[in-house]
Design a protein around this ligand. Sequence first.
Ligand SMILES: NC(=O)c1ccc[n+]([C@@H]2O[C@H](COP(=O)([O-])OP(=O)(O)OC[C@H]3O[C@@H](n4cnc5c(N)ncnc54)[C@H](O)[C@@H]3O)[C@@H](O)[C@H]2O)c1
Ligand SMILES: [Zn+2]
Length: 1615
Amino acid sequence: MATIESSMADIQKVHILGKEAIHCGFHLIPYIVETVLGSLPASTYVLVTDTNVANLHLHKFSDQFDAQIAARSVQARFISHVIPPGETSKSREGKAAIEDFLLKNACTRDTVILALGGGVIGDLVGFVAATFMRGVRFVQIPTTLLAMVDSSVGGKTAIDTPHGKNLIGAFWQPEYIFIDAAFLETLPTREFSNGMAEVVKTAAIWNADEFAALESRSSEIFAAIQTPSQFNAGRTLSTRSEAQALLLQVIVGSISVKAHIVTIDERETGLRNLVNFGHTIGHAIEAVVTPQILHGECVSIGMILEAEIARLLGVLGQVAVGRLTRCLKAYNLPVSVHDPRIASLPTSKLLTIDRLLDIMKVDKKNAGPAKKVVLLSRIGATHEPKATVVPDAVIRKVLSEAVTVIAGTPRNSPVSMATPGSKSISNRALVLAALACGTCRLKNLLHSDDTQVMMAASWISKYGATFAWEDGGDTLVVNGGEGALTPPPPGKELYLGNAGTAARFLTTVCALVRSEDGTQSTVITGNARMKQRPIGPLVDALLANGTDVKYQENEGSLPLKIKASTTGFAGGHIRLAASVSSQYVSSILLCAPYAAQPVMLELTGGQVISQPYIDMTIAMMKTFGIVVTRRKDEESGKLLDIYDIPTGKYVNPPEYVIESDASSATYPLAIAAITGTTCTLTNIGSSSLQGDAGFAKAVLEPMGCTVEQTETSTTVTGPPVGSLQAIGLVDMEPMTDAFLTASVLAAVACKPVSKERELPDAPSNTTRILGIANQRVKECNRIRAMIDQLAKFGVQTKELDDGLEVYGLEPSALKNGASIHCYDDHRVAMAFSVLGSLINGTIIEEKRCVEKTWPNWWDDLENKIGLSVDGVELSSQPDASTSGAGRDPEASVLLFGMRGSGKTYLGQIAASELGWEYVDADQYLETVYKMTCKDFVVTHGWDEFRATETRLLPEIISLKPTRTIISLGGGIVETEAARDILKEYAKTKGPVVHISRDIRQIVEYLTNETERPAYSQEIEEVFARRKPWFEECCSHRFVSIVEPTASSSDESLRQIQRTSREVGTFFRHITGVSPNLSPKVNLGQRSYFLSLTFPDIVAQKDLLDENRSDILTGIDAVELRVDLLSPHGAAKQPNVPPREYVIQQLAWLKHITNLPVVYTVRTIAQGGAFPDKAHEELFALLELGIQMGTEYIDVETTLPHSKIRKLAARKGASKLIASYHDWSGDLRWFGTEIEAIHTTASSLGDIVKIVGKANSLEENMELRSFTKSVKKANQSKPIIAINLGEQGQLSRILNETFTPVTHSQLPVAAAPGQLSFSQIQSGLHLLGQLPAKRFYLFGNPISKSPSPTLHNSGFHVLGLPHHYELHQTETVDESVRSIIRSPTFGGASVTIPHKLTIMEALDELSPAAKLIGAVNTVIPVEQADGKTILLGDNTDWQGIRNSVLSRSACRWTAQDTGLIIGAGGTARAAVYALNQLGVGRILLWNRTYSSATQLASSFPVEYNITALTDLSDISNVPPSIIIGTVPASAVTEGGVKLAPEMFGCRQGGVVVEMAYRPKVTPLLELASKASSKWTQVYGVDVLLEQGLRQFELWTTLRAPRRAITQSVTDFYNAV
Ligand SMILES: NC(=O)c1ccc[n+]([C@@H]2O[C@H](COP(=O)([O-])OP(=O)(O)OC[C@H]3O[C@@H](n4cnc5c(N)ncnc54)[C@H](O)[C@@H]3O)[C@@H](O)[C@H]2O)c1
Ligand SMILES: [Zn+2]
């Protein structure tokens, strides 16, 4: 039995709706129980909570309730109900479940319900209470910060429905809200930050002081929840720590505001919607990225965007936006959708402007379609006491990532403005004002991390300075602390984040701190990055001066512990090494007047760095009343690095205007210059110590502007538009940051340079900027950036070692509509917006990058300068003009390459494979000039040859625009004119193919060659010169593989065949005539690819040869894992395979197999080996894949989409597989995340690939229902969706498109859980997805047939459950008819004597079967309506054709003659086969002449068949292909008389024997006797080929050639 704990507690109470209902404190459980029991008598107390909270805190409640109920001896019970955590509980079902619990426990109207938990519990339980028994009393005990400050206060309760959040609910006020801040100690910090967003929000709209506290005390507030309070510390004031008090103060402050607003406007009619600040946009974002991103996180971003709306509308200043941003960041909240936490989510891609505006349309606050936003007017106040209607255009502008400046004349000219304050001056001014006596109003302060922490530092020191904002944040009022600094209380550290300048300045400031007994000290620290930044030289100087400084962690860096002595900073002679940072010097200078002794500061270490900054400090000290003198060498008058600083106190001037940042100042001045208007900057002039302040005089004046400067102001008036002058050489070494501004002006400085600035070696429109080499290593390589971006306007430039030259053009000559990539560099963005004020349609792609120095640049352009700025949503569609989609697939193909690369040979094969013409440009030249190329060169010289070649190029193209392979001389790329023609052709007309071959082979080949002109230089040198040109001009490349010399004639035949097949496939694909894609993918049939994980494919070429291995069996494509390629054995992460190696490997792969290749460069993050960040290298490799005609390119959707789209525009007939892999196991197959992934991938690729990781079998079902729903959608793209891991194997079995498979002969599976093709077939069978079928042979006699062996071995290798058997019958009888109509019937072979009679039992015949008049194959075909029909086909002719093609290199044309012996059914198939092979004339001989004539007349006349009477009578038309279709016995028994004349063809030919046994028949014997030039095809070969074809027709799978051949051969030899 628990004992009653003391309910004594110090409580802070807050009024709401006229009652003191909100009770706040620490460790309140006994107090809560006592208060509830004492003031809310009831028969039942029901506490509802979620499992997370229950585990942590429920027992304490039940203990106290039990104990106190017992002690009070009242008739009451306490029961509790625990529900699952999370938003999903806030549903109708969740509500019903609680109600059922209450009803089951017989709860009555007098029940009191306690809601213990976060907002989910509060909202849900509150709504239950509102309707249970028409409403019962309830109590809120919030345990999250969000619930404490927001959801529990105000009486709003609600549940979600699938239509949206909080759509059903009620206003129902709780009796009490108990805020026990001790609950926050168990809350995850992310949840705490989530609540802080609401706290910051409330302060931002209502209470500036509160906001200032939140802003400066974030680390203490975090600390308060991170240190657990022991022994109920904090329950009473006496045990409450300072951190706890602060935390409670923040919470109570926030609650008070909300309670106040709620009390005035309970039902949210006006004022109450102020608490929706940040929520209009925040909710829209949340709708897209929930549940990954929390409400407060979305609201945090929403607040910034809504504050930017206010800033754009001119009601809020930048300082406020900056403070808000910094404050939210301090609580670890995201402030932009580009925050990696959000940007890394797939759903973030859905955060388009249209989508967000669409969601905002249904906001509850809206009045009709108009959107309402709470506008801040300053920190702590709103523009109106309610939300303000804001036009869509404004919201759009703020949300858009890109902007365009509308070119024109600034409306506000003459402009007068101040530009953002200098950071260096701001930092110094803040230290000076804080140390001085009196009050100073700092104006135009640049609010940065440094100023932020310096202000925070004063907070901890009781007698330090104080700071206050005035004018809505435009002015900072500093009450100086006169340098009297006391140490902070023990335990408090000065946390500086990563603010570097602050760290350096404040280190010496801390040395000024004094304590009475000399025991206290100050600790200054920072974040991890800060703890590595050096501060050693400064500490050394202080130590030497007697200050006690200790490094707390790393020698030389923060944190530091600085002892507060009784006397403070000693002063006197201080030596400081000043070669690292001038900030050390400034730090000591700034504090020196407060030393006990006058300081003599001596700088040591040779070269003093950044003297101008030291001068700046000294000049500013003078303004605050302290004059520093720099010593001079008496004799030489040379300045020494020794400074004397008197002791004294700074005196604050009443006002100090921070000088403009001189680099920022260049932009408005440049706008005046370029638009011919006037601009005055009021806060920078000739007295400025900043180098960039020289810009107006050094650049603008010589360009033709009028420049007037006072000490503190600058006015520039530009000449009329279009009359800026080039200025020749300008050394910008003193003002390097301003060179970007100068460059954009130089682009339109078209008037000739004046005489005295003229450059002898450059045109008169040249501006040559030097002295800026350091700009290569800024935010980006700025010189390169300017060159590349100016090129988009058509502006020519030249890169120099130390700068660049820009050649000015008339403004009208610049291209409009340039879209500028900013490299995330503020200066690039601002410089090009200057150019945009003159050149129409200029788009600045990343507007946010200006935030670094001028966050409101765009607003200032609009409001202060008077140029309109529009938001632009960058188009995500690829540019149709470059997609090649509308290209004519029959456009001629241009070939070029080094001589000896096989251009002619390959070009001719290509032409023959495509059925196109082949034209050689050299020959064309020879025809035109009637001499050989060699003679031409000898007569006219190389230059003339090249010029002629180039001149003829367009001629040939226009002569042969289509259906021609045009082979060009290798030297064609030598002239620029020809290169331009080639590039243009590739871009707009057709493929330009670079044929290449290993250069060593070329050298070898050419050494023996004499026919063509000799190279004037060494071949390799020539190649090296041309290589980049080849690459630049071609759209595709074909790498010719020369295999080692064949060891046998069979092998050499295969080599030739491989090349023809490869060339045919390549050219058909790249032209688009017949892309080499898997037809199954689009038909939605199951398809598979095999992942090749070898580091070296070439070494595995035998494994990939279908004649030697079964590894590719059943496969529809092979995946080349480029990221795993490595010339040095297994690839190690990160792996970037050498380009040449990839080329060689891919070329080999394509040479060995005809299967489409899936080309994948998998990054490490997505489960591969390629480095994640190497985007340039990665896309270069993908581009290579497309160039080499790779059929499928895998692109990861996590890569930059702009790059993917560029690739897509180039892909031609190839397809992109847009892939996304989640290895975490967190990806679910339902909800918005997966939808977003899918939508993104669909928009990028032709095929979608999503890979998750299954933790349970059920997740495969979820995957399945996802893919099903996706496939139902209109125009859905094929999808590969699988789950990794063993738990995911089911998904691999069920996946339909391109299932990645492995094979037992591969070194490793490409992914965990990967199955082989045959495993998947077995799996499908067991799951009932692949029913076992029965196949038959019909005929008589058939007992010796090899067909069962053939097919059953094939089924076995593929893992198919089917069986093939013999069915011998005399006739096509009932048994046959019933077999073929059975549901398990898979197909049948038909042989003698049923080939004709079977036809009437079938439903349809293929065209071939019809014409041949015989059926040897029956195929059941399922129709769209689900019915099966029986199709009769004939594969005998295919057997003939395929065996001939695979065993001989011969090809036939209309000039060729073929001979068939016999006139039976097989002869009919032979006729058809010969015709299909292209033979122009067919001779037919049969013992019975009439049968021959009859057969001949049954074929169309085009077949050109002649029946012969005598076989020896053919010497005038010797056939080059002969097919024997009569049994061997017919010859041996004398019925058929063969004649040796048949083999009279001089070139030889192919003889096909259809008889199956004996292997060598009389016909073949005669052939070998007649000539060695006849290739023999055996009957068993034909049978094998027709069987393979049959197999494929039945199974729709590629037959396992090697395995089947093997088993048939074994069978044949055994019988
Ligand atoms: N009614 C309103 O005016 C109002 C206002 C804002 C938000 N809401 C609603 O509030 C809900 C969100 O509330 P939430 O952010 O508190 O989420 P939540 O209730 O889901 O709590 C967040 C997580 O923290 C856990 N948790 C809670 N207290 C804990 C503690 N002390 N220690 C450890 N874990 C703890 C919870 O179990 C949960 O997993 C949303 O449904 C939202 O619509 C309502
Ligand atoms: Zn909220």
